[in-house]
Design a protein around this ligand. Structure first.
Ligand SMILES: *Cc1c(COP(=O)(O)O)cnc(C)c1O
Length: 354
């Protein structure tokens, strides 16, 4: 791989972060990009000022959706350092998404170095304080200006950075979830395991309809039998029963969340029983009716842990936690975020310092 080119023009303006940081609205001064073609492979890695893209209207990604992305965070730790949370897992997952989308993979070590370098340059954009972080969005798209269904021959990878505030600025708020049986998101052997825009496109109508009914998210059922629970919007799901914590196994229709993995590892390290398996919505209802469910929560980079206040399936409403967060959810949230902000030792080696 070539050395990184630097095209840094003086931005002059002092960085001023707004008091209230909304997710995904403001971006830092610089970005990383590199190009792919068949002759040179991935080449021309460059860090330059954040700028608009100029694209041919025939660019393949607009027409056939060949793209992947990932999402991870950098934190200012209590001792003033900058830490990334499990970045190697995110980059490896992006390569896995690329394989599914017929996109050439990248050199994981090089991308991690490039990412660290970009963050070093924009380090003053990382907001300080618990809950605040720098959201990192790498993505790749098929860039051939060509109409015709086949994999693009050229690609662009870009990494942009966005300072973000605490997901739950006013503390944990349990979410109301609709169990979706009219629409499906992803099917086994399809794209569900890839972080690709198509999965989000497939979720929009159902999400919109659910929000009109007052739900904040939908829980997807498996697309073949509409029987087993898959995942929620952009979160994986866990059901904590009295004697066992269960989460849907990775069937290929589910995104393999890094927070999901972290939660499984933590619960095991605490000596709790965690099982990855198929879980039918009927089983959830049955266990609920028997009073066996302690809590239900979602996991994802944005919120870390999201307490589920209720699940609605047809005309059945399952209420959890009396609308409050459960101690297990709070413990998981506290443990993970304390490591992220350097408030507790990183005994699992989750952090990469910059
Ligand atoms: C990104 C994502 C998740 C959560 O993954 P994390 O690595 O924990 O952030 C879950 N489901 C979907 C569909 C996602 O895109």
């Amino acid at each position: 791989m070539d050395k990184i080119n630097y095209q840094l023009e003086d931005t002059q303006e002092a960085i001023q972060l707004p008091e209230k940081l909304e997710f995904g609205k403001i971006f830092t001064d610089h970005l990383f990009e590199m190009d792919y073609n068949e002759t040179d492979g991935w080449h021309n890695p460059t860090i330059k000022n954040y700028e608009k893209l100029v694209l041919d209207p025939a660019t393949m990604v607009f027409h056939y959706g060949q793209a992947v992305f990932d999402g991870l965070k950098a934190y200012k730790t209590a001792d003033g350092r900058i830490a990334l949370f499990r970045p190697e897992k995110h980059i490896a997952r992006m390569n896995n998404s690329s394989k599914i989308m017929c996109i050439p993979t990248v050199d994981e070590t090089f991308i991690l170095e490039a990412l660290k370098e970009l963050i070093r340059i924009d380090k003053d954009w990382i907001p300080e304080g618990k809950g605040k972080s720098l959201y990192i969005r790498p993505f790749i798209y098929g860039s051939d200006p060509f109409l015709g269904v086949k994999p693009s021959r050229t690609y662009k990878l870009i990494i942009i950075l966005s300072p973000v505030g605490a997901y739950y600025a006013e503390g944990f708020k349990p979410v109301k979830i609709l169990v979706q049986d009219e629409h499906v998101r992803a099917v086994r052997k399809g794209l569900g395991e890839a972080k690709t825009p198509a999965n989000y496109a497939a979720s929009l109508l159902a999400g919109h309809k659910a929000s009109l009914k007052g739900f904040s998210q939908v829980l997807w059922l498996d697309a073949v039998e509409l029987k087993y629970i898959d995942e929620v919007g952009a979160m994986n799901i866990f059901i904590a029963k009295k004697d066992e914590i269960v989460t849907p196994k990775l069937t290929g229709a589910i995104l393999p969340g890094i927070t999901r993995l972290t939660v499984i590892e933590l619960l095991k390290s605490w000596g709790m029983k965690v099982t990855e398996r198929l879980i039918s919505i009927d089983e959830v209802i049955e266990e609920y009716d028997k009073g066996n469910i302690e809590c239900v929560f979602g996991t994802g980079t944005a919120a870390v842990i999201s307490s589920v206040g209720s699940l609605t399936f047809k005309d059945k409403v399952l209420n959890f936690n009396n609308g409050e967060a459960n101690p297990l959810e709070l413990k998981l949230f506290d443990e993970i975020t304390s490591v992220q902000y350097g408030l507790k030792p990183d005994t699992h080696n989750w952090l990469t310092y910059i």
